[in-house]
Design a protein around this ligand. Structure first.
Ligand code: NAG
Ligand code: NAG
Ligand code: NAG
Length: 360
């Protein structure tokens, strides 16, 4: 009996992780550096040139691909699980995009740069290729994907749209230009509105399967821990060493996003929208890093130029004075802002289980 139960458990867990949710034949991705597979690099990457060189890409590709990590991203693991090729960047060499394409651009914001500029948060803006521009690219591409409404409908019935993570940069730019948490909190509804509007536009274009990731626990990010430190030990969560206020902030964004998605689900009952809980997936690492194989904890970055979290603004990963650790799979954080392939793989495993539950 016991053995049977155990075998059954094995079979079920195997299916959960490895069965292909739905039969998706194409994948479209929108977002920022958490999902970019090479677009920003194609624009010249002048505001972040180090991603065009090793150690970016050291783990899997063994060359810099424009991914802001040592290796593969969540969207790569999703593509792989769906039996699809790694997503080509839209700005890359022209090719057939019928099995999917990636519009995500490192540094991209959910809100239009003009609106951010009006609020005075354009100082660090890396790119103008915000979410609305990425949607325009999709519109330009669409006629090459399908023609008649019947053809488009059967094509998009088998397409997965990943919208995000996006919005994190709207906040990064604001926090790093010196805005207070209260000021940044006041524009969260506008950021969420921009994401919900993009999801709704895609639904209008025919999307029926959407995956929308939320924000990471930014209070655990080596960059935030270094750039916005506190003298008051009460500001740090004793369970994980993360900055409490910033994690409350990330959860606030996620709560508003969830409620906007709930609203869209009621408005479009035929459409399946899965929320991808990046926060929940990553906070586990901060609580018990060793359990997930992160021998060096969850807060120190692998690649950096010193300091308590190995993040040094003047010696960032890829710059003189910084170097990468020997084994990035033992770290959650790659360069202070972005995560390692090992972390992205575990996030993807969680997300794929959620996808399986909603889109099978
Ligand atoms: C997916 O494809 C497999 C094999 O081609 C088929 O057996 C299955 O019924 C399909 N499932 C859906 C949901 O279309
Ligand atoms: C974005 O657009 C503004 C206004 O056109 C321009 O001044 C700025 O240089 C652009 N930024 C980037 C990173 O291309
Ligand atoms: C940060 O990097 C600079 C330049 O390499 C170096 O002078 C400085 O000591 C580093 N700071 C820390 C805390 O390691």
């Amino acid at each position: 009996m016991k053995l049977h139960g155990f075998l059954y458990f094995l079979v079920v867990s195997f299916q959960l992780v490895h069965s292909i949710p739905h039969n998706f034949t194409s994948l479209f991705s929108f977002g920022d550096s958490l999902a970019d597979t090479g677009n920003f690099l194609r624009t010249g990457a002048v505001t972040f040139p180090s991603i065009s060189r090793l150690p970016y890409g050291m783990t899997y590709f063994r060359r810099a691909t424009g991914r802001c990590s040592d290796g593969r991203l969540v969207v790569d693991f999703i593509a792989d699980a769906l039996g699809l090729p790694f997503l080509p960047p839209y700005l890359g060499r022209r090719q057939n995009f019928r099995r999917g394409v990636n519009f995500a651009v490192a540094g991209a914001t959910a809100m239009d740069p003009l609106a951010l500029r009006e609020m005075g948060v354009d100082r660090f803006l890396w790119t103008n290729d915000s979410l609305s521009r990425q949607l325009k690219w999709f519109d330009q591409l669409k006629p090459s994907l399908c023609k008649s409404s019947q053809e488009c409908s059967s094509y998009f019935d088998r397409s997965l749209f990943v919208v995000g993570e996006i919005g994190g940069n709207d906040y990064n730019y604001a926090f790093f230009s010196g805005m207070t948490a209260a000021e940044v909190t006041s524009f969260v509804p506008r950021v969420v509105q921009a994401i919900a509007a993009a999801v709704e536009e895609l639904i209008g274009r025919g999307a029926v399967h959407l995956l929308v990731p939320g924000n990471l626990p930014v209070g655990c990010s080596a960059a935030y821990l270094t750039l916005l430190p506190s003298q008051n030990s009460k500001d740090y969560d004793p369970r994980n060493g993360c900055l409490k206020k910033l994690n409350v902030f990330a959860r606030y964004h996620n709560a508003l996003l969830l409620s906007a998605l709930q609203h869209l689900r009621s408005a479009y009952p035929r459409v399946r929208i899965t929320y991808a809980d990046y926060y929940g997936a990553v906070i586990r690492f901060a609580h018990s890093p060793r359990h997930y194989g992160f021998a060096h904890g969850a807060l120190r970055s692998c690649c950096g130029g010193g300091g308590p979290y190995n993040f040094n603004w003047t010696a960032r990963c890829g710059h003189p004075g910084a170097r990468a650790c020997v084994d990035p799979s033992k770290y959650v954080n790659w360069d202070g802002i972005h995560l390692t392939e090992a972390a992205y793989r575990l996030i993807a495993d969680t997300i794929l289980r959620d996808l399986q539950a909603t889109h099978s």
